[in-house]
Design a protein around this ligand. Structure first.
Ligand SMILES: Nc1ncnc2c1ncn2[C@@H]1O[C@H](COP(=O)(O)OP(=O)(O)OP(=O)(O)O)[C@@H](O)[C@H]1O
Length: 373
């Protein structure tokens, strides 16, 4: 478990105020626009920056506690740090860079083995090369390996893909997924890319201008209306954790089961029983007061209105409860008035488009995969 609760004022007027708890493994994304305070948070966790007040606890060990005067020095915190630029030692070969990380701790304290890291990151063929001969993606894989071999109890990654082009990002993302799944190591991952967050993160901490906007499991946080200024109107939506329930080969459709019901989507290339994430943008959910008949949309889900939040301009965000799962919808304020939408009202959600599986390029592109009508 990671507990972060901190306040910090910078000269120049920036003030940070956040408090969240994250699981002891998996990826927790710190997400927000430039200047939101993401890097400042991980610098405070690393011990590079000292908060004015607050408390930071990692795996039961108190790194910082202003009230009790505890401020564990950087080296004693044992955190791995991966920067946007890999910061490898230019005079050392890849193997030398990796061994440098390893040498920072005694052999008996090395549960993360050299061979395992080399294999996990696919860098065995690069060991004799010097950093300047590597691609940006290869350099980042080596930098991650160096951080891991220092046997960290926590890995901090500050926009590790930001300096890479799209092709290199696509190349490195599967390694980050393997890292997440293979290591029982918590990762705090700074990013301003929703794409990366949806693909990698289990927990999301959203920040804006130094303030924490929302925090929690990524699927729950994404649909909150407070997320609108962070992700923008286009991307606000819901991430549903689903299981592939059926394939209808003749119709080229699959059924995905989630806690609130089933979604019919174009056939997904996954086995029955496999977990997939489905993404439904708020603007792709329409609302009807009675079960629609004679409509082409096939994903019709009974729902209860939980919340109606009028936004500036023509739109309102409506939080729906679909069998216990929150589904975000965006309709016009005019529709809210016309349908008299209010908390507690029984309605039908019409889901016009679903994107399935973050590995699919359509997952984040405009419109995503269109659900069958
Ligand atoms: N050493 C410093 N002294 C004064 N202000 C600072 C210092 N470092 C950062 N800041 C300010 O703190 C704010 C938050 O910066 P931070 O780097 O944490 O944001 P970020 O969300 O990581 O942004 P980016 O994605 O651009 O890195 C910014 O307004 C920045 O100018």
């Amino acid at each position: 478990m990671i507990e972060v609760d901190l306040r910090l004022a910078r000269p120049g007027g920036f003030a940070l105020d956040c408090g969240f708890a994250a699981p002891g493994e998996g990826v927790t994304a710190l997400f927000g626009r430039s200047g939101a305070g993401k890097t400042t948070i991980i610098q405070a966790v690393a011990g590079v920056v000292r908060p004015d007040t607050g408390r930071i606890v990692v795996g039961g060990e108190v790194f910082f506690d202003a009230a009790r005067g505890i401020d564990v020095p950087i080296e004693a915190r044992r955190v791995g740090y991966v920067f946007q630029d890999s910061r490898l030692f230019p005079h050392l070969k890849v193997e030398g860079n990796l061994r440098y990380g390893e040498r920072r701790c005694r052999a008996v304290e090395r549960p993360i083995r050299f061979e395992a890291v080399v294999e996990l990151l696919g860098i065995g063929h690069l060991l004799a090369r010097r950093p300047h001969t590597l691609s940006g993606g290869e350099r980042q894989r080596v930098a991650i390996g160096r951080a891991l071999l220092a046997q960290p109890r926590l890995l901090l990654m500050d926009e590790p893909l930001a300096a890479l082009d799209e092709a290199r990002k696509a190349e490195i993302l599967p390694y980050l997924e393997r890292l997440r799944d293979a290591m029982r190591l918590p990762i705090l991952y700074v990013s301003h890319s929703l794409d990366e967050v949806l693909r990698l993160a289990d927990t999301l901490v959203a920040l804006r201008d130094g303030r924490q906007v929302a925090a929690g499991p990524v699927a729950q946080v994404l649909s909150r209306p407070e997320m609108l200024p962070v992700v923008g109107r286009f991307d606000l939506g819901t991430l549903l954790e689903c299981v592939v329930a059926r394939h209808d080969g003749d119709l080229a459709l699959s059924s995905l089961a989630f806690a609130g019901g089933e979604l019919r989507v174009p056939q997904v290339d996954r086995a029955i029983g496999e977990k997939v994430r489905a993404r439904v943008r708020a603007r792709d959910v329409a609302i009807a007061l009675t079960k629609p008949e004679g409509v082409s949309v096939s994903n019709l889900l009974p729902a209860v209105v939980e919340e109606v939040v009028a936004q500036e301009g023509p739109y309102a965000d409506v939080g729906l409860n679909v069998g216990g799962v929150r589904l975000a919808a965006m309709v016009t304020r005019e529709s809210v008035a016309r349908l008299a939408l209010r908390p507690g009202l029984d309605v039908w959600a019409m889901v016009k488009s679903v994107a399935v599986d973050s590995r699919n390029p359509d997952f984040l592109s405009p419109g995503g995969l269109t659900a069958p009508e």
